[in-house]
Design a protein around this ligand. Structure first.
Ligand SMILES: [Zn+2]
Length: 255
């Protein structure tokens, strides 16, 4: 029992370390994606919504404290749920701009945390692609120009997908791909800002497939490069990447 718990804690700390490294990587290379993070209901002093550690808060604070040139960060939270964890942590912090778009009728409904949201987009049950994507086109370019962040943390939950009983929205797989394409286009292609994506919540069997298709779409559109093709990647990293690709799994954890 003790060894199981120790292993669990060790694995979680390992995932957390990977989230911090992904933030650093995004600054160095322009983009990074961590498929195990996005626990946005956990704040620095309280867990919630299946979220045991505040990885978004830690990643942003790590970048502020350890990476030169990162003085302002934007959190773009497009998971189906309100990201009340990082919101509680950055309430009143002028270095952080939070854009949060979520289903207003589901968990957590944290009105105190909502005070930290600088651009709030509240959706109703069964919101469709058309309304969802139009909100992104209306709000995302405007806040990027207004705040001019040094880095964007993109919490890209796929619990917005149709059929997700926790998210209760009606976004199609094509809508998810278009959402991610819009975000990377506005942040990275049009403005040249580093972006750090976390895949966050999603509770259906097709989530992993949709996430994979979306990331492949970003690569096809040249919004991200293939890390294994970069000239400065060492042979050791190439081997690690190849073995990870062979053993890849799905998305898990509620957020
Ligand atoms: Zn969620």
């Amino acid at each position: 029992m003790v060894s199981t718990l120790t292993t669990y804690i060790g694995l979680r700390l390992c995932f957390l370390q990977l989230v911090l490294q992904a933030g650093k990587l995004a600054i160095e290379r322009g983009w990074a994606i961590n498929i195990g993070g996005g626990f946005h209901h956990c704040s620095s002093n309280s867990g919630g919504g299946f979220c045991a550690y505040a990885d978004i808060t830690l990643a942003v604070k790590y970048m502020f404290n350890h990476i030169d040139g990162v003085k302002k960060a934007m959190i773009v939270d497009f998971d189906a749920h309100q990201g009340n964890g990082h919101e509680r942590d950055f309430l009143g912090d002028e270095r952080v701009f939070i854009l949060d778009m979520y289903n207003r009728l589901i968990y957590p409904g944290d009105n105190f945390a909502k005070q930290a949201i600088k651009r709030k987009v509240e959706l109703n049950h069964h919101t469709t692609d058309q309304v969802y994507l139009e909100n992104i086109r209306r709000h995302l370019p405007a806040v990027l120009d207004e705040f001019d962040p040094d880095v964007v943390v993109y919490n890209a939950g796929t619990d917005i997908l149709e059929g997700d009983r926790l998210g209760n929205l009606d976004i199609t797989p094509e809508g998810v791909m278009e959402r991610d394409r819009l975000v990377f286009t506005e942040v990275r292609k049009k403005r040249g800002k580093p972006i750090f994506m976390l895949t966050s919540g999603g509770y259906q069997r097709n989530n992993a497939r949709v996430i994979a298709d979306s990331i492949l779409g970003l690569h096809r559109e040249k919004l991200i490069s293939n890390p294994l093709e970069d000239s400065h990647v060492t042979s050791e990293l190439r081997e690690q990447g190849a073995s990870l690709a062979q053993g890849s799994g799905g998305n898990e954890g509620e957020t």
